[in-house]
Ligand binder design. Structure first.
Ligand SMILES: C[C@@](CO)(OP(=O)(O)O)[C@H](O)COP(=O)(O)OP(=O)(O)OC[C@H]1O[C@@H](n2ccc(N)nc2=O)[C@H](O)[C@@H]1O
Ligand SMILES: Nc1ncnc2c1ncn2[C@@H]1O[C@H](COP(=O)(O)OP(=O)(O)O)[C@@H](O)[C@H]1O
Length: 304
């Protein structure tokens, strides 16, 4: 008999539109956040243990906290408390999503840990309760659980699924080091100064391009209100965006709070060529071609 364990695969995200409102009294910002889950994955494996412990392997693992501050650990502790049990589990995170990269790696691990522990412990938490726990853990965590494409309102946690035709081809230019999400929101506020900020709204043309699977139209509609702030904090990202445009991307933008840059292409071949050109140009640490939408957190193996 193998040791009882549950492995969950969970994808990264890109924000094809991120419209950011003014700061709220609670420190968050209202958003119109159009999420797309893309095929870059972390894997979280839950195994019974005497106490809640975490290990992590993969690129950037040295920057992932292994204490109670790890979002996956917080997820396990929250689920255990909800069911009045001890969080007696070891969580191993196999990381492929860039750490602090604007691709929701920590949120992904939190969603995966919730699903893995719920399966391992047989707690059978109803889906709507799992999603409420996700929202307690972080604004992006509900989307990591559901995947696909969705519009996030409020601070990004109130989701409406979006219809998408076909598959979009992306290249992600990975940067050295991360950017702090709160610092990027603060910089966004600072750059805006006293200017009035409109209510964030999803662009109808963008939603139509997703629905129709039209990459060329999507390319004209992608937008990220956090991009000026990310560029202000990390000016070298302008070189990465320029390199992608020069190499033929349909569109390029900073992913969420950055520093990963996302490029839309018209197919798998263009994506592979663009990734090679970006790496050869030397403006990024690595470049990865992949597609979206893909499903959210998914249980792969269960030996419970
Ligand atoms: C910017 C986005 C875009 O999807 O993702 P990343 O680029 O970080 O992956 C998200 O809004 C990040 O969501 P997430 O990383 O879950 O943020 P949370 O843990 O909820 O909040 C961390 C901090 O970010 C800021 N924050 C977050 C969400 C929001 N709507 N307004 C904010 O101002 C606040 O300073 C908050 O204290
Ligand atoms: N499981 C986790 N994976 C990655 N980072 C985590 C995790 N748990 C907590 N963190 C912390 O969250 C910060 C943001 O990481 P991450 O979620 O990868 O980036 P982003 O918010 O840009 O999408 C990291 O710098 C790290 O300190």
């Amino acid at each position: 008999m193998p040791a009882p364990s549950v492995t969950v695969r969970v994808p990264a995200k890109v924000n094809v539109q991120l419209a950011v409102g003014g700061p709220r009294p609670d420190g968050f910002h209202d958003l119109a956040n159009v999420f797309l889950a893309v095929g870059m994955y972390d894997h979280v494996t839950a195994t019974p243990a005497d106490a809640l412990t975490i290990s992590c392997a993969g690129p950037g693992a040295e920057d992932v906290p292994l204490d109670a501050g790890n979002l996956a650990a917080r997820a396990a502790a929250l689920l255990a408390a909800r069911h009045g049990r001890r969080p007696d589990v070891h969580l191993h995170i196999d990381k492929d999503i860039p750490v602090a990269g604007g691709m929701a790696g920590g949120s992904a691990d939190a969603a995966a840990a919730l699903l893995a522990c719920d399966t391992l412990w047989g707690t059978a938490t109803p889906r709507d309760e799992l999603l409420a726990l996700c929202a307690e853990l972080g604004s992006d965590v509900p989307f990591s659980m559901v995947g696909g494409a969705a519009l996030g309102r409020g601070r990004g946690e109130r989701l409406t699924p979006l219809p998408v035709s076909g598959t979009f081809h992306w290249v992600f230019a990975l940067a050295d080091g991360g950017l702090s999400t709160p610092a990027v929101y603060r910089e966004c506020d600072r750059l805006r100064g006293d200017r009035p900020v409109p209510e964030p709204e999803a662009a109808p043309a963008l939603l139509a391009a997703l629905r129709d699977g039209d990459a060329a139209r999507l390319a004209t509609a992608v937008a990220n209100d956090l991009q000026p702030a990310a560029l202000s904090l990390r000016p070298a990202l302008a070189d990465t965006l320029a390199a992608g445009a020069l190499a033929g991307a349909l569109a390029g933008l900073v992913s969420g709070s950055g520093p990963t840059c996302a490029f839309l292409t018209d197919g798998a071949e263009s994506a592979a060529a663009l990734a090679a050109a970006l790496v050869a140009g030397g403006t990024c640490r690595a470049a990865r071609a992949t597609t979206g939408p893909v499903p959210g957190a998914t249980t792969l193996e269960s030996h419970a």
